[in-house]
Design a protein around this ligand. Structure first.
Ligand SMILES: [Mg+2]
Length: 247
């Protein structure tokens, strides 16, 4: 019934904090993918993440995906494992890349004394990290206001430990559009999973959307399936649900 499962990483396949991946459960998904690619009898799982592209590439390899593109950096990048392709969204202009660098420096200067750092490896977005979500919740609206004042066009959104500042035309949905165009998979043969606000864009594109128990309320409200389990247990639960679903 489905060709693809498009999964967020943080808070779904792996914890958003820096604790280890559950290697046994990741292996279950890798084995699912190995069979999916060998037998073409079940949906292949690929990634749609705000993480930088090297993290997506590493996890894509671990999950035994040899050929279905992944979306990284909230839609900035497609990583194509079939040709080791790094494909930036062609709508991103040189002026926007220059604005990203200016906004990076502005964010660092404004908030580093509060212990905020910038996530390395971003190309066309700015991501601020702080170990305390309360600090980020306070900073996020200030940052949006400052960006608006300086003419920096960004959409500012929160995950648990990060503030993501993305270009207006770039979302997980724009990334999924490119992914579906490259693969020729129709949107009504896709399922998706996510847990925070940027994943609402996954929900907009896929036929069936699921979330783990740790998802924020806005995400739960749009989900067809809300697992009672957290993180990767919720992903495995959703995969079972999809495999059991009758056409
Ligand atoms: Mg997440």
């Amino acid at each position: 019934m489905y060709d693809l499962i498009i999964s967020d990483i943080d808070g779904c396949l792996s914890p958003e904090d820096s604790s280890p991946l559950d290697i046994q459960k990741i292996s279950q998904i890798a084995e699912h993918n190995r069979l999916a690619f060998a037998q073409n009898d079940r949906p292949k799982l690929t990634l749609c993440t705000g993480r930088p592209i090297p993290f997506a590439e590493g996890l894509c390899r671990l999950l035994q995906n040899p050929s279905v593109p992944c979306v990284a950096e909230n839609g900035v990048w497609i990583y194509d494992p079939s040709c080791n392709g790094y494909l930036m969204d062609p709508s991103i202009t040189d002026e926007q890349l220059e604005m990203v660098h200016e906004a990076e420096l502005f964010s660092l200067k404004s908030y580093r004394q509060e212990g905020v750092t910038l996530q390395p490896g971003k190309s066309a977005s700015v991501t601020l990290y702080h170990p305390d979500p309360v600090v980020l919740q306070r900073i996020a609206p200030q940052l949006q206001e400052s960006f608006d004042q300086h003419g920096f066009e960004f959409r500012v959104s929160l995950t648990l430990f990060y503030i993501n500042c993305d270009l207006p035309q770039i979302t997980k949905a724009s990334g999924i559009d490119r992914l579906l165009e490259m693969t020729g998979v129709p949107a009504d043969r896709t399922a998706g999973i996510g847990d925070t606000s940027s994943d609402l864009a996954i929900a907009q594109r896929v036929k069936t959307f699921g979330c783990p128990a740790n998802a924020i309320n806005e995400v739960k409200q749009v989900a067809h399936f809300v697992s009672e389990y957290e993180q990767i247990d919720g992903v495995l639960d959703f995969m079972d649900f999809l495999m059991d679903e009758k056409p």
